[in-house]
Each structure stands twice: as structure tokens, then as C-alpha cells.
Design a protein around this ligand. Sequence first.
Ligand SMILES: [Zn+2]
Length: 415
Amino acid sequence: MKNIFTCLLAAFLTQSIIAQPYNIVIKGGHVIDPKNSIDAVMDIGIRDGKIAIVNKNVDTIGALQVVNARGMIVTPGLIDIHSHNFTGTEENHYLSNGFSALAPDGFTFRVGVTTVVDAGGAGWKSFSLFKKNIIDHSQTRVLSMLNIVGEGMRGSPYEQDTRGMDGKMTSLVAKANPAYVVGVKVAHFEGSEWTPVDRAVEAGTLAKIPVMIDFGSSNPPLSLEELLMKHLRPGDIFTHCFGQVRGRETIVDTATGKVKQYVKDARQKGVIFDVGYGGISFAYSQALPALRDGFYPNSISTDIHTGSMNNAMKDILSVMSKFLNMGMPLPEVIKASTWSPAQIIQKPELGNLSPGSEADIAVFSMHSGRFGFYDYTGVKTVGEKKLECEMTLRAGRIVYDLNGIATPVYPIQVR
Ligand SMILES: [Zn+2]
């Protein structure tokens, strides 16, 4: 008898230890976690800033907050790999310590974004200032693609001076900051030589990171086929992939409405096609035929700055909603905004809901109705679906809750 009692007591104690309460439980949402092939109604338990469990029924006993996500979509926190965040107050500094870039926390959490990659705001000379002013003061996880221009994205004449493009120095700063530097950026070059691309690829090869190319400003134009097939490596990123501006070759042949064969070959080779929506870098005249041809972007990103966010682009959910309404399935849209970008920037610990991962999570409502979507050329479409962010968690903490779906709304403070 005594033995049975001891056994029961031991079992009870073991159970109590195992059944430690979760800090937050998200109940009843439709979880889409492409890395783990989850696309079903699930609960998520969060403990100590990490995902503890994803399961059909997670116990809420003892939880500090319970989130009612019934009827909502729950995904890993979004990763925007083309963003402009090096905000500052220097005159004539454009997106490098200038007035056109955005402080991350002001626009990320309200749309489900938990990680941004600043695409070339800082170069090797200005990265330490970017880290001090922006990375270290943001709750959003801020990463960087170093501009091949040492001064970063300061505009002309700096971005035209090939003497300021140093592959070796760029790679050294990247290698000294592996937690933050995830790539090398080329943009806005108007000369007709390959120097910026090749120096960036040199830096990327030395630091073992991808390059991201904003292509098409050269006069006379450089060949897109040569860029994709000869200069870029597998894993390198062609951003603004649905752009259609004068002087820039397009991925869709406008005569046939089909994606060019060499573009398909480049994808086969491993080149990444990123949206990088921006001010004038997304046109329905390219995106609609490309999607009809089955050519989805690898990653959905915004190229957000003070110009694009108040124009056709708006925010990442507006861009994702455009792709949904063009026929890209929701799980694909979520994958292109979470797990795919995590892999592209070589941070496979991000963009997923695996137990043990940092609990960066987004909760969305999908609204039905008639919504207008337009591009910078004035082409307008009407869509029936639109995503809205209900809640964002960063490292296991609720950092945005639109309608108060957490109970209690604020965790009771234990002092
Ligand atoms: Zn950009």
C-alpha cells in the first residue's frame, strides 16, 4: 500500500514538473507554419520567450495570458528582407542616416513584421553608426545588407563612385558582425560597367553571404540575362523582380506575356526573385502575366521608405494581399514572407514555429469584401481578400494587439 502511495506521489510530482504553465497560450487559430508543414487549427504554448509547444489542445491553466485566435490565421512573425531603416537627420543622406528611412518599431509590429533587413542603407564605413542608432534601439529584430558603397545609400555622387566600392572592406565588416550582416546590396548605379555587381559578389563570396541587386539604372542598359546567368551565384537575390520602368529589362516578355526562358533558367540555377515593391518597382503589367505563368516570387518584401509607404505599396500586408488576390495560395504567400526569407538570409532559426524557436508570431484576420489595389502606373484591380494584423509577438511578448484578443490584455505584473 505504501509503495503504491509513493508511486502515485512520484507520478503526481513528475506531472507537476512537466506541466509547468505557459506564459501565453494562443488558442484555436489556423496555424500556417511552412517549415513544419503545419496548415491546421492548433494551439501554441509560449514559455520564456520561446515556442514551447504547437498542438491541438494546449492547457491554459496557470497561463499569464490566453489569446483567443479563433477564426484567425497564426503564422511566424513576418520577415521583410527589403526595408529601409537607417533613419537620421543628415541633409542629403537619402536612406543612409537621412530623412527618407523609417525607424523600425513605428511600422513593423502593427503589420506582423518581427524582422527587417535594411537593404543597403549602411555601408562598411557607416555600419557601426547604424548599429548604435538603429539596431541597438529597436525591439524589432534589425539585420543589414551592407551597401557595396562604403558610405551606404547616400545618393549621388557617392553611389556612382566605383572607387568607394570595396569588396574586401565590406566582407571584413560583414564577418565581424555575423549576427547582423546578412548580405551585400548593389543599387542605383548608372554607369555601364559591372564593377558594383562584381565587387559585391566578391564581398559576398568572402563573407559567405548573398548579394541583393537593384538593377537597371545603367545607361546604356546592361543585360539582365548576363547579370542572372553570368554574374550572380545561386542564392543571390534579384530584387524589384516585377518592375517595369524604362531602361530596365523585364522578366516577362511583354510581347508573349510569358516569363523569359533565361529567367526560368536563372531560378533553376538558384537565383532568388524578390518583390522589393518600393515606389516604382512593382507593375501589374509584369506581376499578372508572371503569376499566370506560375512564376511566384521567392520572397515578398516591401522596399519601404517614406515614399513607398504613402503610395501604392503601403505596407507588407497590402503587398501580400495583392499576391493573394492575383491567385497565389495563402500558404505560399505566408511561406514567401516567413520561412523562405529566413532561408534566403541564412537564418534558419527564424521564420518558423518549431519548439525552441524564439516566439516571434503574427496573428491575422482575413477580411472579405471589395478592396481596391493599384500600382504606381495607375493600373487598378479589385480583390475580395485582405489581411489585417490582429496581434504580434516578439520574443514571446505581445507587442501589438489591435482588438484586445489577449485575456488579460496586459499580464498581471508580479513585483
Ligand atoms: Zn530599396
